[in-house]
Design a binder for this molecule. Structure first.
Ligand code: NAP
Ligand code: ZN
Length: 351
């Protein structure tokens, strides 16, 4: 067994604290990774605080993992010791259902095994990337190109794929007007990726102070979503809007911005439901309200390769693991530019 140092929540209402546990020794199909960096996703906070009512404790969050391979099992062919490797939100799936067969492990009919809090669909608990080591089945390990800022690649493993997948699925590209709602971890990746795909990108924010950053990141226009006049100027004009907001809010102001047959895709996952939409805003223009969950392994690799090719990484603020609780409070206030990443080499440092 592999002794592993981590940060864990022991209960919904207590701060994360140091926690030591043992990982399995790598089996024939496993890759063992020394974790260098782990991004902090809002889903980590939702889970650690049991906001989705499914948390298993102790809970070691973290699904934006990058590091170097420390050992491989006998059947492993794509990785060798010393290679860079990434792990996102999944570490297993049934492998035999229709969705898995199409490379959409994220929509596994039995439910994939999360990198942390695995028992959402049954099975034993899993512990994620707020840790110095992880052992993962090769199929769920991603290749990371050398020569990038490794810490800034980590958030691609969740924030990157969660925005890339709907942008690809609904055809973001030249000639398309695409909105991104919320400039947080997911939103800032959505802006960068949609821009690189060639779409006309409009960023919706509740924080007017983020406008200059949004333009720098690739937004063609910025709209403060609480400004009704600024919103009205975009009525009936969007092909696609990807909504990353982590809290319940009125969706109708965004649905009415869609053109006929346009789609509003929700990726943000608030703990309580949105109060809308009104049916008439959908039926009168055959608009679609949709959702999207991370992305499959093949698409995650495609996204990593796309980002490497276009020089896209996350804008990050680096912290030591001991600062995790402060980081959560700042993330809740929207006060992060634009993703916290933990440097696992500083695991023992004081907060
Ligand atoms: P984040 O960094 O906290 O960003 C959320 C952004 O939403 C904020 O920066 C803020 O942007 C905007 N916002 C507006 N009103 C808000 C409010 N009342 N409370 C919080 N945010 C508000 O979060 P994230 O890591 O990007 O995650 C966003 C959501 O996506 C979370 O619910 C997370 O669980 C979910 N998620 C879903 C998937 C999936 O597969 N579907 C994957 C990962 C995460 P402005 O300041 O610009 O308004
Ligand atoms: Zn995430």
């Amino acid at each position: 067994m592999i002794k592993t140092h981590a940060y864990a929540a022991k209960a919904a209402d207590t701060p994360l604290a140091p926690f030591t546990f043992e990982r399995r020794d790598p089996g024939p199909d496993d890759v063992a990774i020394d974790i260098a960096y782990c991004g902090i996703c809002h889903s980590d906070l939702h889970t650690a605080r049991n906001e989705w009512n499914n948390a298993q404790y102790p809970c070691v969050p973290g699904h934006e993992i990058v590091g170097r391979v420390s050992a491989v099992g006998a059947n492993v062919t794509r990785f060798k010791v010393g290679d860079l490797a990434g792990v996102g939100c999944m570490v297993d799936s049934c492998g035999s259902c229709a969705s898995c067969g199409e490379g959409l492990e994220n929509y596994c009919e039995s439910g994939f095994t999360g990198t942390y809090n695995g028992p959402v669909f049954g099975g034993p608990n899993t512990w994620g990337g707020y840790a110095d080591k992880i052992v993962v089945k090769e199929h769920f390990v991603l290749r990371i190109a050398e020569g990038q800022e490794l810490a800034a690649v980590a958030p691609l493993l969740c924030a990157g794929i969660t925005t890339y997948s709907p942008l690809r699925h609904w055809g973001a590209g030249p000639g398309k007007k695409v909105g991104i709602v919320g400039l947080g971890g997911l939103g800032h990746m959505g802006v960068k990726i949609a821009h690189a795909m060639g779409a006309h990108v409009v960023l919706f924010t509740t924080s007017p102070g983020k406008a200059a950053d949004a333009k720098r990141l690739g937004a063609d226009e910025v709209v403060v979503s609480r400004d009704a006049n600024a919103m009205a100027a975009h009525l009936n004009s969007f092909d696609l809007i990807v909504n990353t907001v982590a809290a319940p809010h009125d969706l109708d102001p965004f649905i009415t911005l869609l053109k006929r047959d346009g789609t509003l895709t929700l990726v943000g996952a608030p703990a309580t439901p949105h109060p809308s939409p009104g049916v008439f805003n959908l039926i009168f223009k055959r608009r679609t309200l949709a959702g999207s969950l991370i992305g499959g392994i093949a698409e995650t690799q495609e996204m990593l390769d796309f980002c490497a090719k276009h020089g896209i990484v996350s804008d990050i603020e680096m912290i030591a693991p001991a600062q995790i609780n402060t980081a959560y409070e700042r993330m809740l206030r929207g006060d992060v530019k634009y993703r916290f990443v933990m440097d696992m080499a500083t695991m023992g440092a004081a907060g």
